[in-house]
Write a protein that binds this ligand. Structure first.
Ligand code: LUZ
Ligand code: MOS
Length: 750
């Protein structure tokens, strides 16, 4: 089954925030953003703004009747700056005007006097000065000191990975509408409608039940709308409360790029110890996470980094410490992988360094250390499969990697100024929110009198196809045609207290809740059918809209059954509630069983490098991926392909940097190189590994959103492999992204 939105997407009929027909009297908001990275605000003067054509109001901190606070985990971030600003792009006020352009024009008339303070953008400097967003955490197992003593080889290194712009096609936005009795309805392009509802209530000094948040779909998110969609929705709602008129805010791309959070850059120091047989004995790492100016989701992201220290490997002695460093940059936030990719990049760098020093193939070290069933992760969970090995072996066999290596060798021997490189990238990603309490969801199902079905859940459709999967779940329980199912918008009045659609768990959590609701209704229907047909309920089955008794079709069809059940006053609606069983985590000892299950896979990435220009192509990507028992391989393969391309972009061409004043250098699309159709791999082949799936995955179809992102890391090491084929003196460093400029310098470095 295709993504149910595919036709409306390509024909332009899908509705995003800016497509919602505007009510009469709608106003438009544009935020006033700090142009200084760290300063005391001496004065603000909006008098000229207020006089400008079309301007209705300027709202700032003093207009807030509740709390000027939007921090989700730690209350350290005001909606509007008051005395100080801490990053360029920090909101100070919001201008409300008759049109977006009037508000934007008027913004040039804002006068703010600042007294500049010291700007820090480097996490290592922040750490030295003691500027941490929250206390560091350490995960460990075994005894690394002993592990290093017993190692035959010990290597030290550093690995840095860069930031990444989400570049969702639909920028951040919200449309808020006044209802009677001070209630407000808010359309928001958010992954977390409950967070938006809760934050609006708190900032406006209202209760959550005053606020209704509704989401049809997002034009992409990738984590960028888990927390960072909130402030814009709050601004629109604040303006509605003040002005009693509908207010829309849609960020221009440049404002979005400057003001909103991105992937956390990390800089890390590591130490790896191996024995003669290339078994990794011990691994120590210190991660310096650049957290930006406020915590946002950094504590959770830092935690996931600590869970993914060893990627897909078993290491008996591990010690990992992570620091979240406070800098004067827009608060960094969730981005596909959520700190996992940053950890895995360091692990792979350590392996690459050891391979380089020992003159062996990195894949030999990788292969010798893959996780096996019953291995204990450093956080206490027991590995429950040999899928890491299975994926690895299947990749080698199905794609004949040895032959591929030979082909590359002979290509490189034949060409002087063109070289190819290869890297293998295994992955292992834990599925569940690391915060146990977030692993819950609800679904509301109505079977209408005519046999059609309406489904509401807490899941947010953001292009990933979760609504399509939910339709499949409902249709499979009732065994009805998919056209009978409608997925309603995600709305906080229908499904309350939702977790954000994040952590790759949207389909699992909401799908399970939906499954339970449907099963409950189904059992009532079976009961009714048994009465009608004078049969035992245990012999009743519904199949393709027909009731079967003892596997034999009867004359009783779905529509008649529903109609009869309704006339008999049987409850045809149900709420399902699901909370993931088994999982737990004890922060006091940093041990537990935090994940419902893990997703595994292995990729082989081949690159082709022009050694005169440094320009490269990603030639192909071959993957064996653990989907469990996919309920929709079309969607799932699409997720793998998109994630791989996004992962490759992160370590190759997507470069974000800040100057010493804290200005984002790549603040427009002309300065930020996101993968396009030309730089995407020429081919991506994905073989599903046949696994039994997990009982905690929806219909055993494993979560797929984030895990394949990390295959992209392989592109970095494949490029290094190609550089080595050209420049024998090259000594690799581990600074991602490896842009064509950096490749060119590396090709001719001594
Ligand atoms: N969001 C979150 C996430 O709040 N907690 C998580 O563990 C997580 N993991 C991945 C992506 N988003
Ligand atoms: Mo996310 S990084 O919002 O799963």
């Amino acid at each position: 089954m295709k993504n149910k939105d595919s036709h409306s997407h390509v024909s332009g009929k899908s509705v995003f925030i800016d497509d919602i027909p505007e009510l009469q009297g709608t106003l438009h908001a544009v935020p006033v953003l700090s142009s200084i990275a760290h300063a005391r605000i001496l004065s603000t003067d909006f008098s000229e703004v207020k006089k400008a054509a079309g301007v209705i109001a300027v709202l700032s901190a003093k207009d807030i009747e509740g709390h000027n606070q939007i921090g989700g985990i730690i209350p350290d971030e005001p909606l509007f700056a008051e005395e100080e600003v801490h990053f360029i792009g920090q909101p100070i006020a919001v201008i409300i005007a008759e049109t977006h352009f009037a508000a934007k024009e008027a913004r040039q008339k804002v006068k703010i006097e600042y007294e500049a303070k010291e700007v820090i953008t480097d996490p290592r400097i922040a750490k030295e000065k003691g500027h941490l967003l929250f206390p560091p955490r350490t995960f460990s197992n075994g005894d690394t000191e002993k592990g290093f003593q017993e190692s035959d080889y010990v290597f030290y290194g550093r690995a840095d990975s860069g930031s990444q712009e989400h570049l969702y096609l639909e920028t951040q936005g919200s449309y808020a509408i006044p209802l009677e009795n001070n209630n407000i309805k808010v359309y928001s392009s958010t992954q977390g409608p409950t967070l938006v509802q809760k934050t609006i209530a708190s900032v406006l000094g209202l209760s959550m039940h005053h606020i209704e948040v509704d989401v049809t779909r997002l034009g992409g998110a990738f984590g960028g709308k888990e927390d960072q969609a909130t402030p814009w929705a709050v601004m629109a709602a604040l303006a509605v409360k003040k002005l009693k008129r509908p207010v829309k805010i849609i960020l221009d791309r440049e404002d979005d790029m400057i003001a909103t959070g991105k992937r956390h850059p990390y800089t890390s120091d590591f130490k790896i110890g191996l024995d003669k047989n290339l078994k990794i004995n011990a691994f120590e790492v210190s991660y310096y996470q650049n957290g930006g100016a406020a915590a946002d989701l950094s504590p959770a992201i830092l935690e996931r980094t600590l869970f993914h220290v060893t990627n897909a490997y078993f290491i008996p002695n591990v010690k990992a410490t992570a620091y979240s460093c406070k800098t004067n940059i827009t608060p960094f936030t969730a981005f596909r992988g959520f700190g996992g990719p940053q950890a895995m990049f360091v692990m792979e760098s350590a392996i690459a360094l050891a391979a380089e020093k020992l003159q062996v193939k990195a894949s030999e070290i990788q292969s010798k250390n893959l996780l096996k069933e019953k291995d204990e992760f450093h956080y206490g969970q027991i590995c429950d499969s040999n899928n890491a090995r299975l994926c690895w072996d299947t990749l080698n066999r199905s794609f004949n990697i040895r032959q591929l290596e030979e082909d590359i060798k002979s290509f490189n021997a034949k060409h002087i100024f063109a070289k190819k490189g290869l890297a293998i990238m295994p992955i292992c990603f834990g599925i569940s929110f690391t915060k146990t309490s977030m692993n819950q969801a609800r679904a509301l199902v109505h079977v209408y009198q005519d046999g059609s079905i309406g489904v509401s859940t807490g899941a947010i459709e953001m292009g990933q196809g979760v609504n399509t999967k939910l339709m499949q779940v409902a249709a499979s329980v009732f065994s009805v045609d998919i056209s009978r199912i409608k997925i309603e918008s995600t709305n906080t009045t229908r499904v309350a207290n939702t977790s954000p659609t994040a952590a790759s768990s949207g389909a699992d959590l909401n799908g399970k809740a939906l499954l339970l609701a449907c099963q409950e209704i189904l059992s009532r229907l079976k009961n009714k059918a048994a009465t009608i047909l004078d049969a035992d309920i245990l012999d009743i089955e519904l199949k393709n809209e027909i009731v079967l008794v003892d596997k034999n079709p009867t004359k009783l069809r779905w529509e008649t059954l529903i109609e009869t059940a309704f006339l008999d006053r049987i409850k045809l609606s149900e709420v399902g509630h699901y909370s993931t069983p088994t999982i737990n985590f004890d922060k006091s000892i940093e041990k537990g069983h935090p994940f419902a299950y893990h997703v595994y896979g292995t990729a082989a990435i081949t690159v082709h490098l022009n050694c005169i220009t440094g320009v490269y192509e990603i030639e192909d990507v071959k993957i064996v991926h653990d989907f469990g028992q996919s309920i929709n391989l079309t969607l799932d393969k699409g997720q793998v392909e998109g994630a791989v391309v996004q992962g490759i972009g992160w370590v190759t061409t997507e470069e974000l940097d800040w100057d010493e004043q804290g200005n984002l250098l790549a603040n427009t699309l002309s300065k930020y190189k996101v993968p396009d159709i030309f730089s995407a791999p020429k081919s991506i082949e994905t073989i599903p590994l046949k696994t039994k799936g997990s009982e905690m995955a929806i219909l055993k179809s494993k979560a797929v959103g984030e895990p394949p992102f990390m295959y992209g890391i392989g592109a970095f090491f494949a490029l290094q492999d190609a550089i080595k084929a050209f420049n024998k003196d090259y000594s690799p460093d581990f600074l991602a992204p490896l842009t064509p400029e950096k490749v060119l310098l590396a090709l001719y470095s001594k």
